[in-house]
Design a protein around this ligand. Sequence first.
Ligand code: NAD
Ligand code: 6OD
Length: 484
Amino acid sequence: MKQIRNFINGEFVSGSKMFEKRSPLNNAVIAQVCEAGKDEVDFAVRAARAALHGPWGKLVVADRVDLLYGVANEIVRRFDEFLEAECADTGKPMSLARHIDIPRGAANFKIFADVVKNVPTEFFELATPDGRGALNYATRSPIGVVGIVCPWNLPLLLMTWKAGPALACGNTIVVKPSEETPQTAALLGEVMNAVGIPKGVYNVVHGFGPASAGEFLTTHQGVNAITFTGETRTGAAIMKAAADGARPVSLEMGGKNPAIVFADCDFEAAIEGTMRSAFSNCGQVCLGTERVYVERPIFDKFVAALKQGAENLKVGVPGDPATGIGPLISLEHKAKVLSYYRKAKEEGATVVTGGGVPNMSGDLADGAWVQPTIWTGLSDDAAVCREEIFGPCCHISPFDSEDEVIRRANDTTYGLSAAIWTTNLQRGHRVAAKIEAGLVWVNSWFLRDLRTPFGGAKQSGIGREGGVHSLEFYTELKNICVKL
Ligand code: NAD
Ligand code: 6OD
């Protein structure tokens, strides 16, 4: 049985207790994980503080950048180990993790190394009454020890999305992976040692949220800033913890994202994009689509084509190249998703396809499998049209006018992303401008230059990360004015 330990000050260390990591495929225990108690979290934060004032803090940017390139290259060298670990923890198809999760895990180090290498400096010459003048400029320093709290849906991708810029900016970090996905964060510890990242720069503490590593990390006053990805409710709790000590937070949280499909869309592209946005990663993508609005003239055709697509998805295990959809992350999450499948029926939905559990053979019958599901016929105030489900499901409803669909798309407490499908680009721009979300796609989904701002409006987030926007969070700006 694998044992996953905390990674503190360059070494793998045990914790106060152990917890079990179970496979989403069949609920079998696949690893024993060492849970960090208050002492281990304190050890990690102190190690991170010491590293900040040690060799890491003394590196010039060019050397730090070289080391982070080394991290990216080493992830690529150990690609298959990361792939195996990520798919074992999440049950996701290897075809997906091979193209998205692991390459992005490596790229996040390279991209932010490049961003810090090229960051411009503000510099002004001032006139002074004595004629000697002054130079006024701004520098960026690391913000200090950064606490990174991560979700389970894209574990390596989303952790490195924060670890990459935090380290590139010269900070040291303590990462709290989700209790569901401890493995790739631990593997990254080995990578850090292999490429010579000084001890204490990258630390990992395993455990849960409340009364466990998550709470101990976010309430620790040695942590200077906290960056979080996860549910909106958890983000609110972390924001409260960060208020003690007036520490900055960056929060990437939940969504209930609309897709708007106009009758003039490229139909095949709209179906392909909506298939991916509703069902990839078993619907466990924060940017995924759970509300689809289709212009009435193509409504029936769209529903029929999406039904066909969903029914063609092969439910299967990660290593099977034919697998189109894997299980949910856990039996607990399966119970939550199935409760929405029941609620949709109680509220009078037409179940176009799915709505239950697929037939799985052997020990897979004990896994976290659910059917890809499509509903129609509900009003916008139904629970499955308002609450984030985070499963492979969507509700499709017809609309008759642009104003109507914009109003309905915006009628939500969330504001993470939206997708608009139309061949009328004037309309695409016009509707995108009116949608209340941090990210709007026109004729695409999950396509983005990583230098652009990423984050949510309303209750989907606080702040933006990506490119120079990450620098705003991970550095402290200092204004220096030198009289000549
Ligand atoms: P979650 O909020 O349950 O957990 C996220 C992390 O927070 C875990 O590591 C957990 O242990 C920790 N945690 C829980 N309670 C805590 C507390 N009180 N104090 C400190 N830490 C605590 O989220 P999840 O179930 O892991 O992930 C799914 C959610 O994440 C969905 O809502 C999804 O939309 C969201 N998400 C958002 C984005 C984004 O970029 N906006 C990306 C991915 C996922
Ligand atoms: O692509 C990204 O950078 C990003 N943060 C994706 C988030 C996906 C949510 O599940």
